[in-house]
Design a protein around this ligand. Structure first.
Ligand code: PLP
Length: 224
């Protein structure tokens, strides 16, 4: 876990290199989040819709809340009124539901598509072909209240750094491909969310623009 003084410098350094730090606050209490907020951090990430819905009103309104978990369609409405970025969209149906809720409150909601890059069965996400398919969905243009701003991916949980590096590199390549094909000239397609506590340094070297750090900022999580 990083020391308070160092966190400020660390956050500055990331910012200066064009990388957004999302402090992943899941399972941590309001008081702890407020401490990190008071150091100047404004981007926080949660992975449970109810937990986020309950925490948001208890904390300052200028926090940019990132939803980083698997989002169930029936829970989209809990977070649409305030969420800043939804990182893990993995189906057209989910995108459509987010759009529906966004229309109701007259917001445009920024989303990332989660791409499956790990060599594990437990992680969610789309294959590259499924992403291409989603982007060619005949009705995608009707979803005027969502904006696809980039990709998110999680590497395999392994000690093998070269494997992790190869996975991140592949995601960056795919991101560049999409940018020049489907999103040519669209400046909002610019977020590549990759890197957690164990692998964020490699992720940044491979082109990440957004790292999601929990343990490094808050220490170990204690699940109830
Ligand atoms: C919990 C979580 C993180 C943060 O993990 P740490 O290893 O604690 O940094 C990042 N991304 C996602 C999607 C998570 O669920």
């Amino acid at each position: 876990m990083i020391q308070t003084d160092n966190l400020i410098t660390f956050a500055e350094k990331l910012k200066n290199s064009g990388v957004t730090l999302v402090a992943v606050s899941k399972t941590h209490p309001i008081s702890k989040i407020k401490e990190i907020y008071d150091l100047g951090i404004r981007d926080f990430g949660e992975n449970k819709a109810q937990e986020l819905r309950d925490k948001q009103p208890e904390l300052p309104a200028d926090i940019r809340w990132h939803f980083i978990g698997h989002l169930q369609r029936n829970k989209v409405k809990y977070i649409t009124p305030f969420v800043h970025l939804i990182h893990a969209v993995d189906s057209y149906k989910l995108l459509k539901e987010i759009n529906k809720e966004a229309v109701k409150i007259n917001r445009v909601i920024d989303c990332l598509l989660q791409v499956f890059i790990a060599d594990e069965e437990t992680k969610f996400g789309l294959s590259n072909d499924e992403v291409r398919e989603l982007l060619q969905h005949p009705n995608l243009n009707e979803l005027q209240n969502i904006r696809i701003c980039g990709l998110m991916g999680m590497a395999t949980n392994t000690e093998d750094q070269e494997k992790v590096r190869a996975e991140f590199r592949g995601l960056k390549q795919f991101f560049d491909e999409l940018k020049s094909t489907f999103f040519n000239g669209q400046d909002h397609f610019k977020v590549l969310s990759m890197g957690m506590t164990s692998d964020y340094e490699i992720a940044i070297e491979e082109g990440s623009t957004m790292v999601r750090l929990g343990t490094l900022i808050f220490g170990e999580r204690h699940y109830q």
